[in-house]
Design a protein around this ligand. Sequence first.
Ligand code: GDP
Length: 458
Amino acid sequence: MSMELTSQDTIVALATSSGTNGAIAVIRLSGPDALRITNEVFKGKDLAAQASHTIHFGTVRDGAEIIDEVLVSLFKAPNSYTKEDVVEISTHNSKYIIGRLINLLIKRGARAARAGEFTLRAFLNGGLDLSQAEAVADLIASNSAASHQVAMQQMRGGFSNQLRKLREDLVHFASLIELELDFAEEDVEFANREQLRSLVTNIHQVISRLIDSFEQGNVLKNGVPVVIAGKPNVGKSTLLNALLNEERAIVSDIAGTTRDTIEDEINIQGITFRFIDTAGIRETADVIEAKGVERTREKMKQARLIIYLLDPTQDTIEAVEQQLAELRGLGIPFVTLVNKSDLLTEAERMGYANLQPVFISAKSQIGIDDLKEELLRQVNLANVHTDDVMVTNIRHVEALQKTLDALDRVRYGIDNPVTSDFLAMDIRQALHHLGEITGAVTTDDLLENIFSKFCIGK
Ligand code: GDP
């Protein structure tokens, strides 16, 4: 994909999903000829004479043949998503109609849009910055209250505004220091070093906090990876099925939803928990013990949370304590569950008090709500406010880390006899990396990388 401004072109693509369920499809055009091209196939009224932000009923035709009855929405530059003239044609959702119409529009001079090209144009024309454009993709992919909220926050510009402020402060100092370079012989200081030091410290703190937010931001966006561990026959599959079946029951209550794709996730108060290696759990009986244990250990390292299940009818407390000690060694939070508690007397339960377990019966689905509460408590998201600015993108974290490194050099430069030109260089470096996040600084490779992951039509 070439990134030069190609706004002489008018692009076209299906903007809605190409699935067959919906009633309506939307075909979108963007570019200087969007109105002219649509007008040539549309009968009803002269679209060129209509105001922006209006909708018009009519037919689209290939010669005398009517292809469909449609609604056409007009958005005139610069008041559109891409900042160009945009036309959206709502048709009936038939693959045949969509194919015919897009071909017709291409014959009249439109070009098939590439992946992410509408959003790329929105970015290049200043409608969105880069982190907001990335948030559009996150928003479309969001599947829980939490992932939705962080994506929305980022798309609305919360993160961008915070970065812009930091950049402005730094730019101010960079220009003062560069002024000093012009008066090098006179040994003057325009940029007050004390002020610079406190500014850098301040920015350093904000950026460190943003970097720290990634761990939780990532969890909110992608879900918490969870492993269910325990010896064979303690009830792991039964528990997993209980959790997942309950989830399916909840989801299928929502009219019209199907859940073919997300197999092994549950949603607790808006947070997604993703069970990993569920195939492995279901197969434990078939796996040779030693190999199974090794594999589980590997999987556990990928988890952010471990559910450790024990069976009081076959595990002794001593054996369990040894296993728990091993788990502690991994340094990953875990929840201890005593399963099959339906088989325990009250006195037997007391024997487990030291482990502070949650008692459940996977088979009779007792204690599942207590387990969910404990899972939430363990991931410790209670005091995360999703309206806080949060970093959810690995690209952003890397750029922030590089900014931080440059700021460390600036700090060193202030406290040591380093000449202004080096100081200026390090500040510029910090600015450069901050700018990479919002796209104030970009390369073709970077844009290619980001937008090629979008779908066509976005
Ligand atoms: P896994 O090997 O850890 O996946 O264990 P399974 O889920 O296959 O369960 C092993 C056996 O324990 C099965 O016969 C289950 O029916 C039984 N089981 C699981 N949970 C409970 C429970 O809460 N109470 C009782 N009494 N039996 C259970």
